[in-house]
Design a protein around this ligand. Structure first.
Ligand code: GLV
Ligand code: MN
Ligand code: MN
Ligand code: MN
Length: 427
């Protein structure tokens, strides 16, 4: 906040750390795999229960709750000047298969607690403060990352794509949404937000990397988010009997996939930059029998960089390799689809400065850094000034059950978020 008011408020910024930890633990119990792993997939029964839990907490914090057509959930604390564009904060609670309980969750439960902190301190917001839980940051079910925030940012392309998108069980996006209580007969453009709807968006998140922990620093202030892309590839061959078809007669779709996976690694390493990464996280063979030559293979490739051009060059090379392999192995490249090819995003200076001064006032060590993981912030940056706050996590582990952030570190993040929100609300 400003002047002596800041000092007064800081001394009373108290996070209910144990309560917050209990909520993190409780939310992790809405999972389709056993603890300590968490699996919470979009519009599943567990996702619906978890959504109910978030709405309940928002209500208990006195926020007025609304949901849009795809289930982005908003909870608003109305400020003294409700006509001004509000400040938004939040993250996601969906969890990829066999992941942990902090990714995204810290930024949703932590945001609600940041509101509680401000309320307990007696703070009165000028701009309204709003918490958001985004629908499906993770691409697990429909292969589309940051589904909720892409729509909020006005993606016509996604709106159209969702009309014909199905999951691996052939359930349409619209049927899945209906199961979760969202009827999409409404035009999805109702989800789109005007640029300027919010004066700022800020997301609290675990670092998902080792830097803060290794360097013993409490807070990371994100300056930019790396540019992610994902690609789906299908090869088709003739298949056949694993004993009877002799090697020269084969066109093995599985080996084509294996060769392409190694080519991805090669092209990424050729970039010469440590910032270029590539992963083949899905590799499926059909029919998947030990005594049958794979007749079909399916790969999903994730590649990222802080330099968009360099990342795009990797994608081009992967495409060329896929074509070359299909020729040399006489398999059909039946699909090479770039699912998304997103540009990087920059944080807004004014939000970086607000977070920086919050850290200084709270006497917490901090460091400016880039985010190598993507976040809903990447898309919110298209319609609002954006910033992110990172907290340390154990060994940088994420997207696995060992993911952990110490309660004190979470509490520090919540304090910094609360103070930053306070400042942005008055600005
Ligand atoms: C987000 O989960 C990412 O994959 O970066
Ligand atoms: Mn994640
Ligand atoms: Mn996340
Ligand atoms: Mn495919």
């Amino acid at each position: 906040f400003s002047g002596y008011q800041i000092h007064d408020s800081i001394s009373s910024l108290s996070v209910h750390t144990q309560n917050l930890q209990r909520q993190i633990d409780e939310l992790s119990s809405f999972s389709d795999t056993p603890a300590p792993s968490v699996t919470r997939v979009l519009y599943s029964e567990k996702d619906v229960l978890a959504r109910g839990y978030i709405k309940k907490l928002m209500g208990l914090s006195g926020l007025s709750v609304r949901e849009d057509a795809v289930g982005n959930i908003f909870g608003r604390w109305v400020g003294s000047q409700p006509e001004l564009a509000p400040v938004l904060t939040g993250s996601h609670i969906d969890a990829i298969p066999y992941s942990g309980k902090y990714d995204g969750v810290v930024g949703v439960l932590g945001a609600i607690e940041a509101i509680n902190v401000l309320k307990r301190s007696g703070f009165k917001p000028k701009r309204s403060l709003e918490v958001i839980m985004f629908t499906s940051e993770e691409p697990t079910r429909f292969g589309i990352s940051c589904l909720g925030s892409r729509l909020l940012a006005g993606s016509e392309e996604l709106k159209e794509l969702l009309k014909k998108t199905v999951d691996s069980q052939n359930i349409s996006f619209s049927d899945a949404a209906t199961f979760a209580g969202y009827t999409l007969n409404e035009d999805l453009s109702s989800v789109f937000l005007e640029k300027g709807s919010y004066s700022a968006f800020i997301e609290l998140h675990i670092e998902q990397g080792p830097i803060l922990e290794e360097e013993g620093i409490s807070i990371g202030i994100v300056t930019a988010i790396a540019a992610p892309a994902s690609i789906k590839v299908d090869f088709e061959g003739n298949g056949g009997h694993a004993g009877a078809v002799l090697m020269p007669k084969r066109n093995d779709a599985g080996l084509a996939a294996a060769e392409l996976a190694l080519a991805v690694e090669k092209h990424v390493l050729e970039s010469g930059s440590i910032d270029t990464v590539g992963t083949v996280g899905i590799l499926e063979l059909h029919p998947g029998a030990i005594n049958s030559i794979p007749s079909k293979s399916h790969l999903e490739i994730d590649t990222r960089d802080i330099d968009e051009k360099r990342r795009n060059l990797v994608i081009e090379k992967i495409h060329k390799s896929a074509l070359r392999i299909s020729k040399s192995r006489e398999v059909n490249l039946s699909e090479f689809k770039i699912v998304n090819q997103d540009p990087p995003a920059l944080s807004e200076d004014s939000i970086i400065e607000a977070t920086e001064s919050a850290c200084q006032e709270l006497k917490l060590s901090y460091k400016k850094m880039i985010s190598r993981a993507y976040h809903d912030s990447l898309f919110m940056a298209r319609i609002s000034p954006m910033g992110m706050i990172f907290i340390p996590c154990y060994k940088g582990y994420s997207h696995k059950p060992e993911e952990f952030a110490a309660p004190e570190d979470v509490a520090n993040g919540v304090k910094v978020l609360a103070l930053t929100l306070g400042k942005l609300s008055l600005s």
